[in-house]
Design a protein around this ligand. Structure first.
Ligand code: NAP
Ligand code: ZN
Length: 352
C-alpha cells in the first residue's frame, strides 16, 4: 500500500521523552478522509501508554486521540465530508463493522476488538496505529466526526475522549433532570462530566482530594464539592447518589464511594484499569442493590450525538494550549494533577 511520510511527536521507549519523528500514513483509499490536524488534546491515557503503565505499548508510539482539524483530501466514495470541512477523530479508527456490538453502534465494544487511534494493529499497514500528535491522519469516513461550527475549535478536541467517556455512562444510566450524580476526580474527564451532567439537568457533586479546586468546580457547574479525605464531609453524602463516575487514574479505595450510592445506585469506573485494592466489600452492594460497573469511551454515533449536544448547549472543555515541544512538561504536570483542565496541543507548532 502506498504511504506518505509525515512529521509526528512520539516516544521511542517507556523512559524516553517524546521527540520529533517521522511516521508513515497510508494514501487515501476510496472511503478515506485525510485530515490536517490543527489541535490535539492530551489525555491521561496518552501518558499511561507512553510510559507503558498498562504493558503492551509497542515503540515508537505516537499518542493523541482527541483530534480536530480540516479535511485536506477525500476518497472517491466519501459522502460525509468534503475538502475544507472541519473534522474530528476520537479514540477509534476502525472496527470489524459486522459483529453484534458494531451493528448496534457500540464499536467501542467490538467483539473482534476495535482499532485504537494509537498503539493498535493497523489493518492497512500491518504496523501500529499512530495518533494525533502528528501533522496528518487518514481515517475511514465512518470513524470521522462532524464538528459544530459555533464552538471554539481547540476546546472541542477534548470532547473526543474526555467528553465521550463521561457522556456514554451519563446516557447509558439515563442521567437527566432529578438525577443525583457524583464525579470522582477533577481532571480532564471529571470536568467534562460536570459540564455534561449539568447540561442534562442533573444535580452534580464533585469528590476531590484537592481543596484548591472547589471554586473551579462550582464555576464549572458543580452544586457541591466533597473533599474525599474529610470523614465528616463524606458522611454527609451517605446513600445519596444515583450514579458516580470515578475518573481516578490510579488504584484507590472505592468502598467509601459505594456507601454514598442510593439504593439501586451505580458507581462506574472509567479511570483505573486493574485489580481494586482494597477489595470491594459486597455488603453495601447486597444490602442496597448497588452496582460497581465500568465503561470505555463511546461509539461513533454516540460521539456525534455528544458533539451535536455540545454545539446546541455551547459546551466545550476548559483548556490550556501548549506547543508540541512542551509535551514532556505537560505530562509531568498531569502527574501532579496540575492541569486546568485539559492540555491541548496547537499542532502548528510541529511545523516550526
Ligand atoms: P487527569 O486529567 O489526570 O485527571 C485525573 C484526576 O483524578 C486528577 O485531576 C485528580 O483529581 C484525581 N487523581 C489523580 N491521581 C489520583 C490518585 N492517586 N488518587 C486519587 N485521585 C487522583 O486524567 P484524565 O485524562 O481525566 O483521565 C483519567 C483516567 O481515565 C486515566 O486513567 C485515563 O487513562 C482514563 N481514561 C479512560 C477512558 C475510558 O474509556 N474508560 C477514556 C479516557 C481516559 P483531584 O485533584 O480532584 O482529586
Ligand atoms: Zn483519552
Amino acid at each position: 500500500m502506498e504511504t506518505k511520510n509525515v512529521k509526528a511527536f512520539g516516544a521511542a521507549a517507556s523512559d524516553a521523552p517524546l521527540k520529533e519523528m517521522n511516521i508513515e500514513r497510508r494514501k487515501i483509499t476510496p472511503k478515506d478522509i485525510e485530515i490536517e490536524i490543527l489541535f490535539c488534546g492530551v489525555c491521561h491515557s496518552d501518558l499511561h501508554t507512553a510510559h507503558n503503565d498498562w504493558g503492551g505499548t509497542i515503540y515508537p508510539v505516537v499518542p493523541g486521540h482527541e483530534i480536530v482539524g480540516k479535511v485536506t483530501k477525500v476518497g472517491n466514495d466519501v459522502t460525509k465530508l468534503k475538502v475544507g470541512d472541519l473534522a474530528a477523530v476520537g479514540c477509534i479508527v476502525d472496527s470489524c463493522r459486522e459483529c453484534d456490538s458494531c451493528k448496534h453502534d457500540l464499536e467501542q465494544y467490538c467483539l473482534n476488538g476495535f482499532t485504537g487511534t494509537y498503539n493498535a494493529p493497523d489493518k492497512h499497514l500491518g504496523i501500529q496505529t499512530f495518533g494525533g500528535y502528528s501533522e496528518k491522519i487518514v481515517v475511514d469516513e465512518h470513524f470521522v466526526l462532524k464538528v459544530p461550527k459555533n464552538l471554539n475549535l481547540p476546546a472541542v478536541a477534548p470532547l473526543l475522549c474526555a467528553g465521550i467517556t463521561t457522556w456514554s455512562p451519563l446516557r447509558h444510566w439515563n442521567v437527566g433532570k432529578g438525577s443525583k450524580l457524583a464525579v470522582v476526580g477533577l481532571g480532564g474527564l471529571g470536568h467534562m462530566a460536570i459540564k455534561l451532567a449539568k447540561g442534562l439537568g442533573a444535580e452534580v457533586t464533585l469528590f476531590s482530594r484537592t481543596p484548591g479546586k472547589t471554586q473551579d468546580a462550582k464555576d464549572l457547574g458543580a452544586d457541591e464539592v466533597i473533599i474525599s479525605t474529610d470523614a465528616e464531609q463524606m458522611k454527609s453524602v451517605q446513600g445519596k447518589f444515583d450514579l458516580i463516575i470515578d475518573t481516578v487514574p490510579y488504584v484507590h479505595d472505592v468502598n467509601p464511594y459505594v456507601s454514598t450510592l442510593n439504593i439501586n445506585g451505580t458507581l462506574v469506573l472509567v479511570g483505573y484499569l486493574g485489580d481494586l485494592n482494597p477489595m470491594l466489600n459486597s455488603v453495601p452492594m447486597i444490602l442496597g442493590r448497588k452496582s460497581v460497573a465500568g465503561s470505555v469511551i463511546g461509539g461513533i454515533a454516540e460521539t456525534q450525538e455528544l458533539l451535536d449536544f455540545c454545539g446546541k448547549h455551547n459546551i466545550v472543555s476548559e483548556i490550556e494550549i501548549i506547543k508540541i515541544q512542551d509535551i514532556n512538561t505537560a505530562y509531568e504536570r498531569m502527574l501532579k494533577s496540575d492541569v486546568r483542565y485539559r492540555f491541548v496541543i496547537d499542532m502548528a507548532s510541529l511545523k516550526k
